[in-house]
Design a protein around this ligand. Structure first.
Ligand SMILES: Cc1ncc(COP(=O)(O)O)c(C=O)c1O
Length: 403
């Protein structure tokens, strides 16, 4: 018997792994010092735990410990990267003749990037949002490298492209994007929030200069994330966005979330150990889900890139549109299965998903969409239940609307 409700919204957040909870527990009441307290062992023990966590997270992504800045999550990391670089360019401009204020990103980025760019646009930056390959296409959702090349200018200061999309799971060719940026002397930021822990991610292989990620998408706690900031080739400098006690080498002040950071490192470590068994397991479950939906129902279309191109799509992601029904109606009728119609961060707003719109989909197809996010705790039995439930609910809703 499957236990209800079933959680298939792992792009929004994930359940904290019990092994992560276990690692965190001592850091609430046994090792509770402030890592900034250099004068006693309480502080020293907390600092040691933070530095061990920093080294282990850095190693997992091919970085050096000093290149990791802990934050409150990927939203803050994205803000620090984009505002920090744009403001740094403005600050140094007073000493130099030219002022780079052009930033390139994509139309399908997360609001934590898009809204930060809108903020920067109000303060004089010029923003180019690249379109993506429309649906249906095996490469739907990818940016076109020729368009990036054309968009790069002498005054471009930064390119910000996500590694994996939170709605359609499309994986952008960051290594190739990095080559283009490097050739033009432009910094590259990557929002890797949905990718770290789900697919191999190495900052050197990708060639990124800044990279955001967060613990709660990888079975770690909420409220802790990191920004990777390259220290060499080039050394990236950014303006801090939170001033105060000078923690994180002055790049992000505030007392560190020690239990969160310890949990973050444990979460990264578990993902690393299990990555190569988990990726094919999730892809097989995801493919079974899609096959079950398309064999049980007519008019089901895949949104985003092909499922059989593993380099192009996150293994745990499938996003489909059901013809003649609304995603909202499906969710209301399918209360025992937690899914989503767009990104959780924007679900307070009635606006249809900007990512699906970015794929050039019709309003009906956007409204009929459901995002399924499979994760570590998803089982084959759950997938069979979800297929049967979705087929039943969609069939009933279609009969009601036609009758
Ligand atoms: C791609 C992407 N970037 C950024 C974020 C924001 O992360 P956080 O919740 O850690 O602030 C999310 C979470 O929804 C995301 O999916």
């Amino acid at each position: 018997m499957v236990q209800l409700p079933i959680y298939l919204d792992n792009h929004a957040t994930t359940r904290v792994d019990p092994r992560v909870v276990e690692a965190m527990l001592p850091y609430f009441s046994a090792v509770y010092g402030n890592p900034g307290s250099a004068t006693h062992d309480f502080g020293g023990a907390a600092k040691d735990a933070v530095e061990d966590a920093r080294s282990s997270i850095a190693e997992a992504i091919g970085a050096q410990a000093k290149e990791i800045v802990f934050t409150s999550g990927a939203t803050e990391s994205n803000n620090l990267a984009l505002r920090g670089i744009a403001e740094r360019a403005a600050v140094t401009a007073s000493k130099k003749a030219s002022h780079r204020r052009h930033i390139i990103s994509a139309a399908t980025e997360h609001p934590a990037v898009l809204d930060t760019l809108a903020h920067l646009a109000r303060r004089g930056c010029e923003i180019t949002r690249l379109p993506v390959i429309p649906s249906p296409d095996t490469q739907a959702g990818l940016i076109r490298l020729e368009q990036l090349t054309d968009a790069l200018r002498d005054d471009t200061v930064l390119v910000s492209i996500m590694l994996a999309n939170n709605e359609i799971g499309v994986i952008q060719p960051l290594a190739e994007i990095a080559k283009l940026c490097k050739k033009s002397g432009v910094l590259l930021h990557c929002d890797a929030t949905q990718a770290v822990g789900k697919i191999p991610v190495d900052v050197e292989q990708l060639g990124v200069d800044l990279m955001s990620f967060t613990a709660h998408k990888i079975y770690g706690p909420k409220g802790v994330g990191a920004l990777y900031v390259r220290s060499r080739g080039p050394r990236v400098r950014l303006e801090p966005q939170i001033d105060g006690g000078g923690q994180e080498a002055g790049r992000r002040s505030g007392t560190l979330n020690v239990p969160g950071i310890v949990g973050f490192a444990r979460a990264v470590e578990i993902c690393r150990e299990e990555l190569f068994t988990e990726m094919p397991r999730l892809a097989a479950l995801r493919n079974r889900l899609y096959a079950g939906l398309t064999s049980g129902l007519a008019e089901v279309t895949l949104n985003g890139p092909a499922l059989d191109l593993p380099d192009l799509r996150l293994p745990g992601n499938v996003n489909v549109s059901f013809g003649y029904v609304e995603g909202e109606a499906i969710m209301l009728e399918m209360r025992d299965v937690a899914v989503s119609t767009g990104s959780a961060c924007t679900s307070a707003l009635p606006e249809p998903s900007h990512v699906l719109r970015g794929l050039g989909m019709s309003e009906d197809a956007v409204r009929g969409s459901i995002r399924f996010g499979l994760g570590r705790f998803t089982t084959g039995e759950e997938i069979e239940f979800v297929i049967a439930r979705a087929v039943e609910v969609v069939t009933r809703l279609r009969t009601m609307s036609s009758g």
